[in-house]
Write a protein that binds this ligand. Structure first.
Ligand SMILES: [Zn+2]
Length: 357
């Protein structure tokens, strides 16, 4: 297959569908990184430039709130809505300067957070009316705590609204273990951590005719990083689900686009196996948080004597410390750490250098 050529900017609609199809064809997936401000977004775009592969920039509900500033009241999700819009507009404005294709996504939205996605979708509809394309590429609804039929019914309603904007919906079947964004699934019933092929077929039947969707299926994956041995990944669930839908509905091979949540802490072998079964997106958050924070901690430790006052350091009592104090210096170290970690993820996911733009 010839290398996929992409235009710089936000990838949406059929172009996104084609991008995911290409990923399955050449057995690669794209990293989806949670950002909480422009620094993380810029670091992600730089990773895409360095790796010659598209990156997925995503905002969670609390990440969006943080993007808007934790000063704001968020009782009706207004800060999260404003932050998601701001993040999307920032990426839209800056992606052409980096010259990279990027997928813009929002992360987990549980039932109680639906007003957040409602608000972002309303802004998306306004944006679509003016520009003929959606503000974001996709949203995720995570109704995995609801009974399956209820989950899929809500997803169907949202997908019919989103399909008009050429948007893609990510759904969740089964539960991602661990804790993220204030949702604690550490003690969830064991069987729920593994999606069944029958559930995946049901989702295919309900959503397939409505629009483009991806499935975060659970195969023992967990948010956060834990000591080895705590997580029993069974990626073959993904393979079995693909085969089951293909057989039952007589589709081409690998009819579904799978999403791997909780990629942090996974081995390259586990990642490669999941990708071979049709995973096209892997979420990464804890590892990039670490990669951002660690170089800043090192700087603060090493330059501690230069950060005690504006004047005076080991070189003399009246020496100015301005260049150590300036947050641009140490924030950029965090950005570079995050970029390097994402480039590594591009390699693990097999996406490095597999695209042209
Ligand atoms: Zn997740």
């Amino acid at each position: 297959m010839t290398t996929l050529k992409l235009k710089p900017g936000v990838v949406t609609g059929n172009a996104l569908k084609e991008l995911f199809a290409y990923c399955k064809e050449v057995k690669c997936a794209l990293p989806a990184v949670n950002v909480i401000g422009s620094n993380g977004a810029n670091a992600a775009l730089e990773a895409a430039r360095k790796a010659k592969a598209p990156v997925i920039v995503q905002l969670s509900q609390s990440g969006s709130q943080f993007y808007a500033g934790k000063f704001l009241d968020n009782g009706a999700q207004q800060a999260s809505i404003a932050g998601s819009i701001a993040g999307a507009l920032h990426v839209r404005a800056i992606a052409p300067a980096y010259g990279v294709p990027v997928v813009l996504h929002t992360d987990h939205c549980a039932a109680k957070l639906l007003p957040w996605v409602d608000g972002v979708l309303s802004a998306g509809e306004e944006y679509f009316a003016k520009n003929g394309e959606p503000l974001s590429s996709s949203h995720m609804l995570d109704l995995s705590e609801e009974p399956l039929d209820h989950n899929l019914e809500i997803c169907r309603k949202y997908l019919s609204r989103m399909a008009k904007l050429k948007m893609t919906l990510e759904i969740e079947l089964g539960v991602t273990g661990g804790e993220e964004d204030g949702v604690d699934n550490s003690n969830v019933e064991h069987s729920k951590l593994y999606t069944s092929p029958e559930d995946v077929l049901r989702a295919y039947d309900v959503l397939g005719a409505v629009g483009n969707f991806t499935v975060a299926a659970s195969f023992g994956n967990t948010h956060g990083v834990y000591a080895p041995g705590n997580v029993k990944l069974k990626p073959t669930i993904l393979r079995d689900s693909q085969d089951f839908v293909q057989k039952e509905r007589k589709t081409a091979a690998k009819p579904l686009d799978f999403v791997f949540h909780g990629g942090s802490g996974s081995t390259p072998e586990e990642i490669a196996e999941a990708v071979s079964y049709g995973v096209i997106k892997m979420n990464i958050d804890t590892d990039t948080q670490w990669a951002f924070t660690q170089p800043i901690k090192k700087f603060m430790d090493e330059k501690s004597a230069y950060l005690q006052s504006q004047l005076g350091n080991p070189e003399g009592p009246s020496k100015p410390n301005k260049k150590y104090i300036d947050p641009r210096g140490w924030i950029h170290l965090g950005e570079k750490g995050m970029t390097a970690r994402l480039v590594e993820a591009m390699k693990d996911l097999g996406a490095f250098g597999k695209f042209e733009f």
